[in-house]
Write a protein that binds this ligand. Sequence first.
Ligand code: SF4
Length: 374
Amino acid sequence: MKGSNLTELLGKSLEELEALVAAMGEPRYRAAQIYGAIYAERKLAVADMSTLPKALRERLASETRITMPVVKQRFVSNDGSVRYLMDLPPGEERGTTRPASVETVFMPSDGRQTVCVSTQAGCAVDCQFCLTAQLGLIRNLTAGEILAQVLWPLQDMAERGVAAGAEGSGLEPQTNVVLMGQGEPLLNFDAVMRAMRIALDQRGMKISPRHVTLSTSGIVPGIERLAAEPVRPKLAISLNASSDEQRDVLMPINKKYPLRVLLEACKKFPRGSREYVTFEYVLLGGVNDTPGDARRVAKLMADLGRVKVNLIPWNPGALPYAEPTAESLAEFHRILLEKGIPAFTRYSRGRDVMAACGQLALNDAGSAALPVLR
Ligand code: SF4
């Protein structure tokens, strides 16, 4: 078989692999071996799946494929984060006929590694403080393309010995995945959840649901669908405003799903023990960072059950906003704590290589000035 006649393996569930091996006349347990090899062992070529007999490996090599993104550039930040600029090839057999480029960010820290993945190429939501919005929506990503953004950086960094769990270290790092790259995950719900079921499957990628966070601009029907999923990532809401008037301007999606409706969906969102709904609040200097804003945010949070607020100082880019002053940030934080709202100040990683929140816009200009490996 050639080209688009090849069956794509990446993104297939265990049940789908079982159907595939059954059609090949192979025993069912071969599906579990392929599933574990791809997702748990990150064997991204059939030839490396040593648990399979040679004849089956050869047949899979001629009839199937595992499509990985093509990494165009790799920008390494001073803080150790890496922004990958990846090309995603089209593939009719995977249901997508358009090529696209996306960004994925890897952030290592002591005993932990976090991968920030894109769920769409570009985004249609039009948040005014986000560079991705300027791309518009290019296309939805497939489940395989979303999973590839986790597998590839983990494998790349393990091979470079950067991740704590690199081969031979004897350590298994905690892997966190955040759906906070390009795109609105809840506007690509089916592919995102298909990918998440594999990522969270303890026979698959084995990532704990406690370590995966889906961040949304506030797509209420998507939040309600997510709430009904038996296994799901944690929920984060990109809030960024203290009133409808302010949010209508900063995030026009608010006109469709205003704060009252959004917060009601958050209040109802099921939470496991010690689980919170997180509200992210990007502080834009002189726009949404006053003590009055902080008091209004505290009021919005008051009746929602277990919530916490992450305060993120604006990351400078090509947009006409300013960073908050250290004083306004500290005062905002202090007011939330005083009102009994758990609040944390988070500084984005990778600002120097345009890898931080709101900075993802396929930026490869000036790459000569950026440290590029590979
Ligand atoms: Fe889209 Fe998220 Fe950017 Fe809003 S913040 S435009 S939802 S990528």
